[in-house]
Design a protein around this ligand. Sequence first.
Ligand SMILES: Cc1cc2nc3c(=O)[nH]c(=O)nc-3n(C[C@H](O)[C@H](O)[C@H](O)COP(=O)(O)OP(=O)(O)OC[C@H]3O[C@@H](n4cnc5c(N)ncnc54)[C@H](O)[C@@H]3O)c2cc1C
Length: 484
Amino acid sequence: MLDYAVIGGGIGGVLASAVLSHMGKDVMLFEALDYLGGCAGTFKRGGFYYNAGAATFVGKEEHLPVGKLAKYLGVELPVKPIDPAMVVYIEDKVIKRWKDADKSLYDIETAFPGIKHGGFWRRVHQVSQSLWSIWQDTLPYPHYLSPIKSFFKHTKDFLSVFMCNFLDAKKVASVYLGRFNSDYELFLTHHTLITAQGFLEEVPFSVASLGLTYPNLTNYYVVGGMGKLLDAFAQRVKSIAFKTKVKSIKRKPWGFVVETNRGNYEAKRVILNTTIWNAGELIEELRDFSEKAKRRYSKIWGAFVVYMTVEGSLPEDFAHHHLMLFREPIPYTGSRSLFLSISEKDDPVLSKDGTRSITLSTHTKLELWEGLSNEVYAEKKERATEYALELVYKHLPELRNLKVLNLFAGTPKTFKTYTRRYRGSVGGVPVIKQNFPFRYPSPLTPVPGVYLVGDTVFPGQGWPGVSMGVVNLLKFIEKDFKLC
Ligand SMILES: Cc1cc2nc3c(=O)[nH]c(=O)nc-3n(C[C@H](O)[C@H](O)[C@H](O)COP(=O)(O)OP(=O)(O)OC[C@H]3O[C@@H](n4cnc5c(N)ncnc54)[C@H](O)[C@@H]3O)c2cc1C
């Protein structure tokens, strides 16, 4: 009889399993694939390795969620700091997002002259710093005691950010910046889109502040691919069953029976690292819960991703991450941005034998890839890839001359196949005003003993979001759990 069966080895499942194992619980982590990470994993194809999606890593400082968990578990992460965090391109403008806030602001002022930027960016930094100092004491969420505790412990920071949860980020930006031009809006709105999955006018100012300032945290390159972060945390997990797909979970008076393709297991409690929309496929009693979540959180995103292995030389200072923004939407995907991440020259896994691994991603609507015949789907994928690459070469001509050794694309259909996520959606539940702060999903489900982790529960996506969600869950379910 396991204490916990954890279903899914994404960031949420691995971190939750590692902490519970560390606390002495009998834990088994079930992962359908033969590697960990899901959307944040690293996979092999055609002899080369690729980051599935996630390539940016932040939150490792000791006061931030991943850093706290790594310290608690005594895990060393295979990372090195990078600066700038990314380079942003809009037509002929090039803006480097340096860690140093003043240096970064100088680049922004140069790209968008004639605007008084200082007040806005000062406020954005103040709000994000306050949020990062109070995050731990605002958990568990949702709980009536958390805001009270946070207020008394961090009165100044609490007051500084409280109202920002209810203010429209675009309106606040307009108050500080006046009538800012459309390229500047494109720049700001894509910071919130890639971090909170919502445009500037959709997200609360508090959430926008975190998205706008993530480049000013220490950003890291993960040596060997993002999957190595999961492998590092997984060393603390008591037991992992790879290639083990959980087919269903049956409730019993004493706990649960977890039915897999490799046999059945008994557990007192279950943690689902599936999306909130998939939960009902595994547990009959959660069917209505998941259906309701599909209606309630219907604004969701998919990703179109191009994976590429290239060979040839690049300038020594070629940045790791490039965000390209466009005034017109990209045909086939409907988005206005491309995010390119490239492996370091001497990465032992991703850049073997002088090659480099590229992951190029963009948001896309799920319905654009649904209901297509195989031929139409394949052609659309090919055209979208060609179009995206031409856009990339305009901003990064150095890449055009490299020899392409492997090239293929992933769509929501691909994410559905590999990660099993509902409709192949990624990025979780957007942290937008219609959901946040009061309507955001919590880790608790209507079935006692069954819980959720991952990017579809509070506070959302990415390494910082999902790891904070793990801390949130553990604060609910394990009284002895204490992070320093
Ligand atoms: C294109 C793209 C780019 C991104 N870029 C970044 C970035 O740069 N930085 C960042 O921090 N975040 C980024 N993100 C977001 C981040 O990757 C995700 O928010 C995060 O990885 C989600 O983690 P999760 O815990 O929800 O698990 P998931 O990634 O959803 O993983 C779930 C796991 O569960 C397994 N599973 C599902 N069902 C079953 C079952 N029935 N039985 C057994 N196993 C099962 C799956 O195989 C999978 O491994 C990006 C996402 C995408 C798609």
